[in-house]
Design a protein around this ligand. Structure first.
Ligand SMILES: [Fe+2]
Ligand SMILES: [Fe+2]
Length: 291
């Protein structure tokens, strides 16, 4: 698929060197002052983490084989690094497991800067995958390609039960439901929604993982019930001027014809360990019978 005809490919955003240096300085200073523990206490503690419930109806003919629903827990934008580590993630995993998801997904940006910080999340993410009876699936976000070392995350997490959907799809057990995923629309070398979907029968029910929500309109089609994205952090600091520093945020729930776009505000942060009007969250998407 050529880039000119690719409906999913997005232009690469690049900050100036000065702005990047400022971000790094803020992050390093915050980390030195205990920002990681403060952030975990304020936003990720069991009593504070937001679990946002979303609900999408399945086609009437779809047989859930006796299940009342299929629950997908979506984690996004962990940004492991100096402000988020495995200890930050542990209480989040506890909350998610208590919600008894059937499927767990990560919609990219495992890391802030260094791939080793993402690899260090292996144990809690493995615990999460083992508790999801219909599987654990992930796509990469723009940060994850730093140094083109994203394969290190696959090597750590695949043996722990995670399937990376790199322009690929998988069926959820024996259910007539597929989950697809595309490489990050900005930084992925090859972004190919057609390849991602070639194993899905025409008009079959599908949930698509795509880190960048700006690409969602290019993924809309009959049968695609939802696109799950992250990337925007819900603007992270939803204040005048500051909100324009991040990527375009289309909203947390947008109906695009037959397809629902669900945008997670994510779990971690970049730059300052602060959020304003954009709580850290896990999305619980329930796929429920029609009516
Ligand atoms: Fe992010
Ligand atoms: Fe991102």
């Amino acid at each position: 698929m050529s880039s000119s005809s690719n409906p999913v490919r997005q232009p690469v955003r690049r900050h100036s060197k000065g702005r990047l240096a400022l971000f790094d300085l803020v992050e390093a200073t915050a980390a030195a002052l205990g920002g990681r523990r403060l952030y975990a206490w304020r936003w990720l503690a069991p009593s504070r983490l937001t679990l946002r419930e979303e609900r999408v109806e399945l086609p009437p003919e779809l047989d859930l084989q006796g299940r009342p629903r299929v629950r997908i827990a979506q984690l996004s934008d962990l940004h492991a690094g100096s402000l988020f580590d495995a200890a930050s993630l542990e209480p989040v995993i506890d909350r998610v497991l208590a919600a008894r998801p059937d499927v767990v997904v990560v919609t990219g940006d495992f890391i802030a800067h260094e791939i080793e910080a993402g690899v260090a999340l292996g144990e809690p993410l493995g615990r999460l995958a083992r508790a999801a009876p219909l599987g654990a699936f992930a796509v990469f976000g723009n940060h994850d390609y730093r140094g083109r070392r994203e394969q290190a995350l696959v090597q750590e997490l695949a043996p722990r039960g995670w399937t990376f959907l790199r322009n690929a799809a998988a069926r959820l057990g024996s259910l007539p439901l597929w989950i697809s995923g595309v490489e990050d629309p900005e930084e992925g070398r090859l972004v190919d929604p057609e390849a991602a979907r070639e194993t899905i029968p025409a008009h079959a029910a599908e949930v698509c993982l795509c880190h960048n929500p700006s690409a969602a309109p290019g993924l809309v089609r009959t049968g695609c019930l939802a696109v799950l994205s992250g990337h925007t952090h819900g603007r992270q600091l939803d204040l005048p001027l500051l909100r324009t520093l991040g990527p375009r945020h289309p909203g947390t729930r947008v109906q695009l014809g037959p397809t629902r776009l669900v945008v997670s505000r994510g779990l971690g942060v970049v730059g300052a360990p602060l959020r304003w009007r954009a709580p850290a969250e896990v999305v619980l998407l329930d796929l429920v019978p029609a009516g």
